[in-house]
Design a binder for this molecule. Structure first.
Ligand SMILES: C[S@@+](CC[C@H](N)C(=O)[O-])C[C@H]1O[C@@H](n2cnc3c(N)ncnc32)[C@H](O)[C@@H]1O
Length: 310
């Protein structure tokens, strides 16, 4: 149960599906100023505290992303919404000392972690920049590749953002990213939420919550349309369903989940007795997913590859 003050939505429902809905997006998802406030503030600090958990959660997706990016020695890469920089450092290792990778993020607290890890590993080819990937120039035609692990769903104007990414790539350069499929396909969310709802009143989910943006690219037709409009070609969208680490054991997952925004929303209408029963039910529902390596629930993402058109 990864949600909440985290990178994730607090609620169900569907992202707008078609290009003509993009203006609607702007309204629904709010401005990047809000995202900056969220990620550069409390949410960023929350995930800094949970760095290890977050990285284990997404490790499987990271392997697939890196495989698809196939960074080669000497290449120049961007990592968009790089967060703590785990993938930036992987790319840095792949491009080697002759290459270059720039991690871009709006979150100061998360970039601090990324910078200190790069320094610790002596990866001087990795640098980090606090910037808005939608509105700030990333450099014209300077990069061979762009990667993003769950970092491209939070743009107020995705059309402008993907055009900005295209502009930073040389012709034929590649864009590779992961983004979440629909909320309903996320076992990591549906297992705990369904269990709790047996015992608590249905809360009012707010689709305009900043965190709902995590599902803004759930519709592959929309991804295709956005990327085509932005000047990308040869777009391939592959479903990935992978086990996601949630925590060491059931108690650890419950304690973590209780701090998330999703928990706040989910239990907002419940009295203390219902709340206690709800958390017991979540713990029971997690038990079958506990292994000696930790608790795992599936996450469903899209792995997207595209080429900067000529
Ligand atoms: C779900 S986290 C992913 C972090 C990292 N890629 C990872 O998987 O470990 C999303 C990241 O996107 C960043 N972000 C959101 N909007 C952004 C924007 N407009 N420009 C740059 N980064 C942004 C957030 O600060 C956050 O670090």
């Amino acid at each position: 149960m990864e949600e909440g003050r985290t990178s994730e939505p607090a609620a169900g429902g569907h992202a707008p599906h078609h290009d003509e809905d993009l203006d609607h997006d702007h309204h629904v998802l709010g401005s990047n100023a809000l995202m900056r406030e969220v990620w550069d503030g409390e949410v960023g600090r929350f995930w800094v505290e949970e760095t290890d958990r977050y990285e284990q959660m997404n490790a499987g997706f990271g392997v697939r992303l890196l495989g698809a990016a196939s960074a080669q020695p000497g290449e120049r890469f961007l990592d968009i919404g790089c967060g703590h920089g785990a993938r930036t450092l992987d790319i840095a290792a792949a491009v080697g000392p002759e290459g270059r990778v720039v991690g871009v993020d709006i979150s100061g607290p998360m970039l601090e972690v990324a910078r200190s890890r790069a320094a610790h590993r002596g990866l001087t080819q990795a640098t980090f920049r606090q910037a808005d990937a939608q509105t700030d120039s990333l450099g014209a035609a300077q990069f061979d590749g762009i990667v993003s692990q769950f970092g491209v769903m939070f743009f107020a104007d995705p059309r402008a953002a993907f055009a900005n990414l295209r502009a930073a790539l040389r012709d034929g350069g590649r864009l590779v990213f992961t983004c979440w499929q629909d909320l309903g396909r996320q076992q990591r969310i549906m297992v705990p939420v369904t269990a709790a709802l047996e015992h608590i009143p249905l809360p009012e989910f707010n689709e305009t919550s900043w965190s709902h943006a995590a599902f803004s690219l759930a519709d592959p037709d929309r991804i295709q349309s956005l990327l085509t409009t932005a000047g990308f070609a040869n777009i391939v969208i592959e479903p990935l369903q992978l086990p996601e680490y949630q925590g060491r054991n059931v108690d650890d997952v419950v304690t973590f989940s209780q701090r998330t925004e999703l928990a706040g929303v989910l239990f907002s209408q419940a009295n203390p007795e219902q709340t206690a029963r709800g958390w017991d039910a979540i713990a029971k529902a997690l038990e079958p997913h506990a292994t000696t390596e930790g608790v795992f629930l599936d996450g469903a993402a899209w792995l997207v590859r595209a080429e900067a058109g000529h």
